[in-house]
Write a protein that binds this ligand. Structure first.
Ligand code: WQD
Length: 341
């Protein structure tokens, strides 16, 4: 009786979380329509785990299809909801695509949780809900500024939907606000698989370094930061994954004091874009070909986490430092290239 449904299980954070959950004794099934992910990534997870992971190739925007999962698995005790579109720039170009997909899928999975009495719900949120904070580091109580993009707005609205939905039933929820997930599993059997040109910094770095991209641009170097480039809290994807296992444990063992708890998942240290590039060059031995370009619309200038609540209440302790993140991201990129040849 410890089956967890992971939505978006073929996604970057989803697949790493599946590995961590199974290694910590949970049974896991995935639902992912692979519109933005490659089902083959589960093979890497299965190699690490030595067991099959079932994925329902269903779009959870389709409620009747989604209900089949629960009709076929009446022993699901918790849901971890990752499935969403997440490209900040695309969300600015196509806001209704993002509001439609990210909110309808969330509403449907909550309807299933209610109908099939699944009591533990974890929502994949993001530091983007803070907007451009006045004061950093941010705590879970830092007031939210207007989201800088429709993607960020779907996370802000998503949190409100979860909190309001569970207030009238016996579901308990946790909102996990990720900072910037990067890196790959130490086995290098799973990692980030961005479709098309990567929007995020670390895959842009590794794809440029390996020659998949001719060069990369730093989006602005005239910000009020130590070196003019934006500052973020980069966190290893395996540390993020383990936080989900601790969060499910926390709910299952009834350690929560409120029906809807919020936790920041960041290392508590911020690095600028230029510092990340410097760390990558040191770890990989590769000189990166980059230019300084214009600012990117929707970018937050600087943000990093106060992660004390997750440390004290979840017992979460990030294990990996920036060099580890760069090393695993680079080894994953090299592996992808070797696999292609
Ligand atoms: C980081 C910094 C860019 C690419 C978003 C979402 C967040 C999460 C991660 C889903 C910025 C700069 C980037 C490049 C660059 N989404 N950059 N050149 O925007 O902080 O966060 O993605 O999980 O919720 O908000 O991440 O990696 O896109 O950018 O200079 O080629 O790197 O301008 O300053 P971001 P990012």
């Amino acid at each position: 009786m410890n089956k967890i449904l992971v939505t978006g299980g073929c996604g970057y954070i989803g697949v790493h979380t599946i590995v961590d959950l199974v290694q910590n004794g949970y049974e896991v099934i995935s639902v992912d329509n692979n519109s933005r992910s490659d089902a083959a990534i589960l093979e890497g997870a299965e190699k690490i785990l030595g067991k099959k992971i079932k994925n329902y190739k269903i779009d959870i925007c389709n409620l009747s299809e989604t209900k089949v999962i629960f009709q076929e698995n009446n022993d699901i005790i918790g849901i971890i909801h990752f499935a969403a579109y997440k490209a900040v720039g695309e969300s600015v170009e196509k806001p209704l695509l993002y509001f439609g997909n990210n909110l309808v899928s969330l509403i449907n999975i909550l309807k299933c949780a209610q109908e099939f009495n699944v009591l533990h719900f974890i929502f994949s949120s993001s530091c983007t809900v803070y907007g451009n904070p006045d004061k950093i580091p941010v705590t879970e109580d830092t007031p939210q500024k207007p989201a800088e993009s429709p993607y960020g707005a779907t996370k802000q609205i998503g949190e409100v939907i979860v909190a309001n939905t569970i207030s009238s039933n016996n579901i308990n929820a946790i909102l996990l606000r990720y900072f910037n997930p990067v890196g790959a599993h130490p086995s290098i059997l799973i990692g980030e698989m961005p479709l098309g040109k990567p929007a995020n910094l670390v895959p842009a770095i590794t794809q440029t370094a390996i020659g998949k991209l001719p060069a990369m641009q730093i989006h602005g170097r005239d910000y009020e930061t130590k070196d003019g480039s934006c500052l973020r809290d980069y966190i290893h994807v395996c540390d993020i994954a383990h936080a989900h296992t601790l969060a499910i444990d926390y709910l299952v063992n009834k350690k929560h004091s409120a029906k809807c708890e919020i936790f920041n998942l960041g290392t508590g240290t911020g690095y600028t874009v230029l510092e990340v590039i410097k760390a990558f060059e040191k770890v990989s031995g590769v000189k990166l070909n980059y230019t300084i370009g214009p600012r990117r619309a929707g970018d937050v200038i600087a943000i990093y986490a106060n992660n004390n609540k997750a440390k004290t209440e979840l017992g979460w302790q990030p294990k990996y430092n920036l060099d580890d993140m760069m090393d695993s991201a680079w080894k994953w990129e090299l592996q992808l290239k070797n696999n292609k040849n």
